[in-house]
Design a protein around this ligand. Structure first.
Ligand SMILES: *Cc1c(COP(=O)(O)O)cnc(C)c1O
Ligand SMILES: [Zn+2]
Length: 398
């Protein structure tokens, strides 16, 4: 087992509060089986905001003081350090004060999944793994294939048949072993679980299995705060599937607030598709638990997660931040992604269009308005799913 930095003080259970020693191979609470959360020692951060600003803006590892690994042990391809782009035309069209898009498509494999896989694959190498494996809707599988290749690991990826062509192709291109499973994410997940049981030596880098993906996505918020001169936006709207990115950003906002680097956290809003909106449904009926969606159906593969295991944590994070949850249908989502492409020059993943259509609804409901500075997280690049965007255009007779 490799070196654990002093600032990584333990792994904590978010459900029952039990504490475990820091390390790279314990993942779940031995008492209640919840996924553990790495705990950092904020008092060990001697870095100032000015010192941080002087570091080159080249990867998320510039925030290593906030992360449970040393940057020289990192499996990195230059992930993170993505642009935050002002979008005045979209701000006018949606009716908010300022609108910024966090361009996560600028990551090495074209989505923010790279931040999570950089961390998870680093942990896997530090734990001595030879093989990493996961089931995914597509983008996480692609990212795992790339980071696994970088680290010289064997990679096993389980994708549903519905996964996009680019995602499947690039898993192959990076030399990973691809299993395509009939059906959707839950079916791919079941095939993966079965294989994992038969191969206990595989190290799972799936959402529900590694405490480190969320930690990597924390850096999205650290960047947003720095890019806005150490201020929180009023709201962050995030296309929510498993909620890894939302929970990671909420943790980042909490840490920066406790350090006094920002005054307050932003309001977090979960954007989903009406074809699979378990978080929105639970939020609006006042429940603290998710009820799984029986028959999910949306073109937005990244957020077609019918039973997010972190559901109650997501609900807590959006309620604690005075945020909310909003769903739009696929047609509105795709039209919104096209609007951004046509008026701001940004082609985002269709899934991320949910943040744009969601913001439109939030303005109509009076939740957001012309006083608000709003950040939308464009979790992926439209280049990976140009076919989906173009066929929406053609369905309108263009
Ligand atoms: C995975 C994914 C999401 C959802 O991410 P979570 O953090 O698990 O909620 C959103 N958009 C895209 C493009 C994705 O690939
Ligand atoms: Zn527990």
């Amino acid at each position: 087992m490799s070196e654990v930095p002093a600032r990584f003080v333990g792994l904590e259970c978010p459900r029952c509060g039990e504490d475990f020693d820091p390390g790279f191979d314990v993942t779940h609470c031995q008492r209640c089986d919840s996924l553990l959360e790495p705990r950092g020692d904020l008092s060990s951060i001697s870095l100032t905001r000015k010192e941080l600003e002087r570091r080159p803006f080249t990867s998320m590892w510039r925030y290593e003081a906030f992360l449970p690994f040393e940057s020289d042990s990192a499996v990195s391809i230059g992930e993170g350090a993505t642009p935050l782009v002002a979008c005045p035309n979209l701000a006018d069209s949606l009716g908010v004060g300022e609108l910024w898009i966090k361009l996560e498509g600028a990551n090495p494999t074209g989505t923010f999944k790279d931040r999570g896989q950089s961390m998870a694959v680093t942990a896997a190498t530090l734990a001595g793994a030879d093989t990493i494996a996961l089931a995914s809707a597509g983008n996480a599988g692609h990212a795992a294939a790339a980071y696994g290749a970088r680290a010289g690991l064997d990679v096993r990826v389980y994708l549903p048949a519905r996964s996009g062509f680019s995602q499947k192709a690039l898993v192959n291109v990076h030399g990973a072993d691809l299993t395509v499973v009939q059906g959707r994410l839950p079916e791919a997940g079941a095939a993966f679980r079965e294989a994992l049981t038969a191969h206990p030596d595989w190290c799972s880098v799936a959402t529900d299995d590694t405490p480190f993906r969320r930690e990597g996505k924390k850096t999205m918020f650290l960047e947003i705060a720095e890019q806005l001169d150490w201020a929180s936006p009023d709201a962050i709207v995030y296309p929510t599937g498993g909620g890894v990115g939302l929970l990671g950003m909420a943790k980042g906002a909490d840490e920066l607030t406790r350090l006094g680097w920002i005054d307050r956290p932003p309001r977090f809003f979960a954007a989903q598709s009406t074809g699979c909106a378990p978080v929105v449904e639970a939020f609006h009926t006042g429940r603290e638990e998710i009820h799984p969606i029986e028959q999910p159906d949306t073109i937005c593969g990244g957020i077609e997660v019918p039973n997010p295991t972190a559901g109650s944590l997501i609900l807590e994070a959006i309620r604690d931040s005075d945020g909310g949850a909003v769903a739009s249908d696929d047609d509105e989502i795709l039209d919104a992604a096209l609007l951004v492409a046509e008026t701001e020059g940004i082609a985002m993943a269709p899934t991320a269009g949910a943040t744009v259509s969601g913001t439109r609804s939030l303005v109509a409901d009076g939740e957001l308005g012309t006083d608000d500075v709003v950040v939308l997280v464009a979790t992926g690049s439209g280049l990976k799913e140009a076919d989906v965007l173009r066929s929406q255009l053609m369905s309108k007779g263009v």
